[in-house]
Design a protein around this ligand. Structure first.
Ligand code: CU
Length: 503
């Protein structure tokens, strides 16, 4: 297997971007064992339905010995949340409880479920002290997805405060491949984030940057200066970039190779070996790491650039003749014989000038309509002409897509599976194809959370061409207004064309 040592990004743009970008430095506190989130236990399992509860709540974490505990938010706990296992084909009923002092939503990033409510975008707000119930049955490949809030325009602040959890989707295809899958033993999540602290507290407003808020210290699964003792010869890490804005440029301190087996939407057709891998915001990579070359007492760090994210202490491990599989799972071919581009979406600008298709988000406006069960081909362009531009991670709700090309060239070696978030370099056009399976209303946007909250977001409606019943968007708008909730309209107050004023 070839080893790739290219980050696949526009290095100039990365290195010269926004001066407020903070390097990761060691936190001034002792190292701590990596927190491994528990698996969410269902409330009840019946013959046809599995019931769960996910409560957004306030908590505290004692990060520093000499300051008061840090006030945090989490799902069913103090920070982040349990890892949520879903089985394809099972019907789930999930109660979402808001114990926070403000409205929030539960967005299932990477789950192809009904929008705008079950999907959990900005229309799905739950008031403080209230709860709602969603239900769905998953029909998509095994994958690592995630849960995070998505209220407009408060997503970035709520994620910063601690709301995020990994989701593991399981199916029979993945189950038949010889991969580590003992959760908490040789299969563990790594949620990568960065935060700064002010007298021990998170202070989003103090750290806010319109081009994306960054912090000085790495948090892995909410742990500062995390360490992990390796007792299994080959580990599977489900890595999520859960940061508001930071790209992670992953490498091991000694150049140890690692093997990517899955991207956002599931297994790759073939394992791809790396010594360096960049993950932009919201992207996931499942990797296998072979620790058999080390001796007990050795140490190796997983880093971003040359800053440590987590230190692995090698412990005693059983002998193993495990062979990392080369072939994984076939990826469904989406028919694209017409070669017709259905739509081009343009991401432009930096700072408060960011735009999607020259517009800012408006919840009362449907930006694009597309038929279900039909292959769509879109081009995603990052014009970014100001000051060299920056990488924008483009994300779609309601579907997983395949990367067809980058500026007409073949996609990267790890882009041959399903994705829902793709990094678009300045001056690049990324062609994608996808099929939406269910009618509904879904967001597409930049996943730098501050860009999204500034309005670099739009929404599409998917409809059944054999039974086109357009969504009554005023119904959803009125639901929010009736509850005194904010409705994002033409978010700048600029570029009023008069067209939207009647809504
Ligand atoms: Cu962006």
């Amino acid at each position: 297997m070839d080893l790739i040592s290219d980050y696949f990004h526009d290095k100039t743009a990365f290195d010269t971007q926004d001066g407020a970008y903070k390097p990761i430095i060691p936190a001034p506190t002792n190292s701590s064992p990596l927190a491994i989130p528990p698996l969410l236990s269902p409330d009840k399992v019946t013959n046809d339905t599995t019931y769960c509860t996910i409560r957004a709540q306030q908590g505290t974490v004692q990060y520093f010995p000499d300051t008061p505990a840090t006030n945090t938010w989490g799902y069913n706990g103090n920070i982040l949340g349990p890892t949520i296992p879903f089985q394809v084909g099972v019907h789930y009923k999930i109660t979402l409880v808001n114990d926070l002092p403000e409205p929030t939503t539960w967005h299932w990033h990477g789950l192809n479920i009904s929008g705008p409510i079950a999907d959990g975008g900005p229309f799905a707000a739950v008031l403080p002290g209230e709860q709602s119930t969603i239900e769905f049955t998953l029909n998509q490949p095994a994958a690592t997805a995630w849960l995070h809030p998505h209220p407009c325009p408060q997503t970035a602040r709520q994620v910063w405060q601690g709301l995020a959890a990994e989701v593991i989707i399981q199916d029979t295809v993945e189950a038949q491949i010889d991969l580590p899958r003992a959760y908490g033993t040789n299969d563990i999540p790594l949620v990568l984030q960065d935060r700064s602290f002010h007298n021990g507290q998170l202070d989003y407003d103090a750290d806010y940057d319109v081009d994306g808020t960054t912090g000085n210290y790495a948090l892995v699964n909410g742990t500062l200066n995390a360490t992990y003792t390796v007792t299994q010869p080959v580990m599977r890490f489900r890595i999520l970039n859960g940061a508001n804005r930071r790209e992670f440029r992953l490498n091991f301190s000694d150049g140890l190779p690692f093997y990517q087996i899955a991207s956002d939407g599931g297994l790759l057709p073939q394992t791809v070996g790396f010594t360096r891998l960049m993950l932009t915001c919201a992207e996931r990579a499942e990797i296998l790491v072979d620790f058999r070359g080390y001796q007990p007492g050795d140490q190796v760090q997983l880093r971003t650039d040359d800053s440590t994210l987590i230190t692995f202490n090698i412990g005693r491990m059983p002998a193993s003749d495990y062979v990392i599989p080369d072939k994984l799972a076939p990826v469904e071919h989406l028919d694209d014989s017409s070669n017709h581009v259905d739509h081009r979406t343009v991401m432009s600008g930096m700072d408060a000038e960011v735009r999607l298709d020259d517009k800012l988000f408006d919840m009362t406006r449907i930006d694009y309509r597309l038929p279900i069960n039909t292959t769509q081909c879109w081009e995603i362009e990052n014009t970014n002409d100001m000051t060299g531009g920056m990488v924008h991670p483009y994300h779609m709700h309601g579907c997983e897509f395949q990367v067809v090309s980058r500026n007409g060239n073949a996609p990267f070696a790890n882009e041959h599976g399903w994705k829902d978030t793709v990094a678009v370099n300045p001056g690049e056009v990324v062609k994608i194809k996808f099929r939406v399976r269910q009618s509904g209303l879904y967001m597409y946007h930049c996943h730098i959370l501050e860009h999204e909250d500034t309005g670099m977001m739009a929404q599409y409606e998917s409809f059944d061409p054999n039974n086109d019943q357009p969504i009554d968007i005023t119904h959803y708008v009125h639901q929010l207004e009736k509850n005194g909730l904010h409705v994002c309209r033409d978010m700048s107050g600029m570029d009023h064309s008069g067209m939207d004023m009647n809504m």
